[in-house]
Design a protein around this ligand. Structure first.
Ligand code: IPE
Ligand code: IPE
Ligand code: MG
Length: 263
């Protein structure tokens, strides 16, 4: 999209507008992936039950999804529930699933309005049937949209994704000699999507927690102390601005101005 699309949605004269004007729209990350962390700590700081942090985190999801679409990000992936999160108390898991269902139902019109295509990555077949039904409605209704792809990572694990891809390779009878990185990446949940350029983690933890292990090989990582329920458009714009200052070398060397002029 464009600066105009973004500014149409930002109060004029606000600090967010100043941030938006500094973005270089020719150098946007194509894929932004976010580890939404810190809901429990946000609630604890307010002496509230953990689930209140999850509830508050939904507003951050809304803000980030629409900001990303208006910015012109091609793919946004949000980590909502890991394969390890089943270790949490049953009541917390149930609330998370209920919030997820409600989010899809209430936000469908926003997704459609913004031409966003919704998709799930993870072992969604292991989720409860009512959750699967709601997800399928969201996926079906947005399937023809041509704008941003919004992946929600649910019952997702980076290692299980790689195991699932290996199983698919075996099941499809690919010869060992034919399997290379390109073919393998086509077997992942994110087949045909660009790898994340920018990986954001909220609430200060310096770890990847089994998220997109294959795909983040060369992602630029940006960690903020901000807890997920406090994360807003401003923080996303700050992350993109920080990303645009990074020097991505992919194992090579930075071309010097002299070398460039010789060419
Ligand atoms: C992230 O917040 C949400 C999910 C993992 C579903 P947490 O619930 O992990 O919050 P903290 O990390 O305990 O603060
Ligand atoms: C990562 O957060 C998973 C999601 C955001 C869904 P966690 O809170 O589960 O990760 P750890 O336990 O801090 O590594
Ligand atoms: Mg956490």
């Amino acid at each position: 999209m464009s600066l105009e699309q973004l500014l149409a949605w930002i109060p004029p004269g606000s600090p967010d507008e100043a941030l938006a004007r500094r973005i270089n729209f020719d150098q946007l990350p194509s894929h932004v992936a976010i580890i939404m962390d810190g809901n429990g700590r946000w609630a604890a700081q307010r002496h509230l039950p953990r689930v209140e942090g999850h509830r508050a985190g939904i507003d951050s999801v809304r803000d980030v999804v629409e900001t990303s679409a208006r910015l012109g990000i091609d793919v946004l992936t949000l980590y909502a529930f890991s394969v390890e999160n089943w270790k949490r108390p049953r009541a917390e898991i149930n609330t998370l699933m209920t919030l997820l269902k409600r989010y899809i139902r209430l936000e469908l019109s926003t997704l459609l309005k913004n031409n966003i295509r919704f998709q799930v990555i993870g072992r969604s077949e292991e989720l409860a049937p009512d959750v699967q039904r709601e997800l399928e409605i969201g996926i079906r209704q947005t399937a023809a949209n041509t704008g941003m792809l919004f992946n929600i990572a649910l019952n997702y694990g980076g290692r299980s994704e790689i195991v699932d891809a290996a199983r698919r390779a075996i099941a499809s009878g690919i010869a060992a000699a034919d399997l290379d990185e390109r073919r393998f990446s086509e077997l992942l949940y994110t087949a045909r999507q660009p790898d994340p350029d920018l990986l954001i983690r909220t609430s200060g933890e310096m770890r990847v927690s089994n998220f997109l292990l294959w795909q983040i090989a060369y992602a630029e990582i940006w960690v903020t102390e901000t807890l997920w329920p406090d994360f807003r458009r401003r923080h996303l714009l700050e992350a993109v601005l920080a990303y645009q200052k990074r020097d991505r070398r992919y194992g090579g060397i930075k071309p010097s101005p002299v070398a460039l002029s010789i060419k």
